[in-house]
Write a new protein. Structure first.
Length: 441
């Protein structure tokens, strides 16, 4: 009899771990046994593992009509797009089945001062967001409506408030003075937020016009199980420096296998004349990685085929995403007046510490029916699974293009905010609680 009960209990756990978080949250209120089971770390691990291997959702920001105004005005909302497998064996493996708008918790909206929230990144169902000026940063699990407002960075001063002599310049007009990242440390089993800031510049002490750029400063916030174990720490940034240059992480892309990745560039440390700051081209564009356990940055050079563009970058757009649930993919599309519009995809192999790019796909956009990309108005959003390319056109309409079959499918109109600050993310619908590291992916 006891054996039968054990089998029944194991079967129940298996069934429950396959259910969506909303259903599990309702079951928690049914009985103490259910509450204890669903909060059990092993159960959370199982539920997360199921989500990771059956992941068919994308979290993004889109435009909807403003309910409090006339029909011509819109507002931005967070939404989850859920895909299902094509049971009919059509050209596309996955079809859009549901669009669900996500409500931001009222108390979270109050804490943000009503300012618009921007997406930093995502890991295991937890999303990191910030307000426009980075003054407030949240970690948030929309599936269980749990969030945390992080304390203000302890060591950083607003660079604009520094005296004019110390910080009169920002190198390059398009360079961000602040960047962030979010991911998971598989060694300490903790989630971490990485904050990177440009800390100013200074005229050289012995010359009138030369300018020295200060090193970037970096802090890491570790999410713990209590306020005492959660804190900001400033870390060393020597791994971001060479003798004459800095590596400059700019736009956070993804987290995978304990590593965070940014698109970034290499920047001079010193300028002979301050006028150079106005016209200086970035030395080269790079991918910057960060080991969440060792807390060390590293450089990943671009594929050799892209090095011809490293001086101008005109019409060259890049996106890092996850391919086949296990590898980093670099998607590149090039659209300028001097060459044919082109799309390429490279896969990153970093076994044994050596990073090598292997080309996976490449074709001229004139040869495929994604008109919006080759006209310059479109944008690649994500690589869905291993061969589905998700594209949005200039009107916010979404198109799915299959790299293997070369077939195109227009999805229902779900107007999307076009912003590099709010790139859509492949989303995991999990029950992982804020501050609790559970999985080692």
């Amino acid at each position: 009899m006891a054996h039968s009960c054990k089998i029944g209990e194991d079967l129940l756990v298996k069934i429950l771990s396959s259910l969506p978080p909303k259903s599990l949250m309702r079951f928690k209120c049914a009985a103490k046994w259910w509450y204890a089971l669903i909060n059990n770390p092993r159960f959370v691990d199982n539920q997360l593992s199921n989500c990771l291997h059956n992941n068919r959702s994308i979290f993004l920001k889109r435009l909807v009509p403003n309910k409090d105004s006339n029909a011509s005005e819109t507002e931005s909302v967070f939404s989850v797009l859920t895909f299902c497998e094509d049971a009919d064996g059509g050209a596309h493996r996955f079809l859009l089945s549901r669009v669900e708008d996500i409500n931001v918790p009222v108390s979270m909206s109050v804490m943000s001062g009503g300012e618009e929230l921007r997406i930093v990144g995502h890991c295991h169902g937890i999303i990191c967001v910030h307000v426009d000026n980075y003054s407030k940063v949240f970690v948030w699990n929309p599936a269980i409506q749990e969030f945390k407002l992080l304390p203000s960075e302890k060591y950083f001063t607003d660079w604009e408030s520094l005296d004019q002599q110390r910080a009169p310049y920002l190198p390059l007009n398009n360079r961000l003075e602040w960047a962030m990242g979010f991911g998971y440390d598989p060694i300490s089993k903790a989630y971490k937020v990485v904050s990177i800031i440009f800390y100013g510049s200074q005229r050289h002490a012995h010359t009138l016009y030369s300018v020295v750029i200060y090193p970037l400063r970096v802090q890491v916030y570790t999410l713990g199980s209590s306020e005492e174990s959660s804190s900001w720490r400033e870390i060393k940034t020597c791994s971001l420096e060479t003798e004459t240059t800095f590596l400059w992480p700019q736009i956070f892309q993804i987290h995978l296998k304990g590593m965070c990745y940014w698109l970034g560039s290499e920047q001079q440390k010193e300028f002979v004349h301050e006028e150079e700051l106005r016209y200086e081209e970035m030395i080269r564009q790079v991918v910057v990685s960060f080991d969440m356990s060792d807390e060390v940055f590293d450089e990943v050079t671009l594929p050799d085929e892209l090095l011809d563009h490293e001086r101008t970058f005109l019409g060259l757009f890049m996106l890092l995403t996850v391919w086949n649930e296990s590898s980093i993919a670099l998607c590149v599309w090039h659209n300028s007046c001097d060459v044919s519009p082109y799309f390429g995809m490279w896969l990153l192999d970093n076994d044994f510490g050596a990073c090598v790019w292997t080309k996976h796909a490449g074709f001229e956009l004139t040869s495929i029916p994604i008109m919006d990309l080759r006209e310059g108005g479109g944008h690649v959003l994500a690589l869905w699974k291993s061969d589905e390319l998700l594209v949005v056109d200039e009107d916010g309409c979404t198109i799915c293009y299959n790299l293997r079959t070369e077939n195109r499918m227009s999805l229902p109109t779900i107007q999307i905010c076009m912003s590099n600050m709010d790139s859509p993310i492949v989303y995991v619908n999990s029950t992982v609680s804020i501050g609790l590291g559970r999985h080692q992916t």
